[in-house]
Design a protein around this ligand. Sequence first.
Ligand SMILES: N[C@@H](CCC(=O)N[C@@H](CSS)C(=O)NCC(=O)O)C(=O)O
Ligand SMILES: [Fe+2]
Length: 250
Amino acid sequence: MGSYSTNHGDHKLVFRQLFEKESSTYTYLLADASHPQNPALLIDPVDKTADRDLALVKELGLKLIYAINTHVHADHVTGSGLIKTKFPGVKSIISKASNAKADLFVEPGDKIYFGDIFLEVRATPGHTLGCVTYVTGDESNQLQPRMAFTGDALLIRGCGRTDFQGGSSDKLYDSQIFTLPKDTLVYPAHDYKGFTVSTVGEEMLYNPRLSKDKETFENIMQNLHLSYPKMMDVAVPANMVCGLQETKSE
Ligand SMILES: N[C@@H](CCC(=O)N[C@@H](CSS)C(=O)NCC(=O)O)C(=O)O
Ligand SMILES: [Fe+2]
């Protein structure tokens, strides 16, 4: 289910799942096509594919208003800064807890509106301190099932590593992702196995890490033995400033 436009009562949600293959990153394009201006947002854009994403926005006749990140990525540079240089009206968004730069900062419980649809912010720390999950909603609750953009907190049959940038397996386990309704669709920031979508209920049953008890989970996370992302030294400082490397004025 990578791409659809669907009617939910009064709402017409445009949804596209886009992939950046070098970092196996998913970027998501959402828009409210029931609204006269077709307001749209991108979740977790990548610098390398920003032009592709902006061309799609244009082709679909959408008005991009937000470039949103789920967290300070360590494996790729966000497209937010580049997008802002090309579409100056676009506002970048990240969680306040990330301590990164952006135009707007969100906290748990905040709602990011695009037309009559919103993304509700939920704190899901543990992969990094400032990780959040964005969950679709609307005032009349017609937009069902909900879609959760989980960043690296919950991956399909996996989860984000917890060994850098304020990571904590204790916090990730307690981050309450599984309190969302079981039919909530799970859309992660990465997939390394070819999956595109899951549900909360499916992950509660089959996630080989988060379905376990806390002690087993923490033991699994301590023994992943993953090498650090290749781009980490470039990506983290760049993403702390929204992807734009600021030039120093003399
Ligand atoms: N090989 C990749 C990095 C892979 C990696 O560490 N992925 C992160 C998410 S990006 S911060 C992760 O949390 N992975 C969890 C897992 O179980 O794989 C590279 O070199 O970029
Ligand atoms: Fe990450």
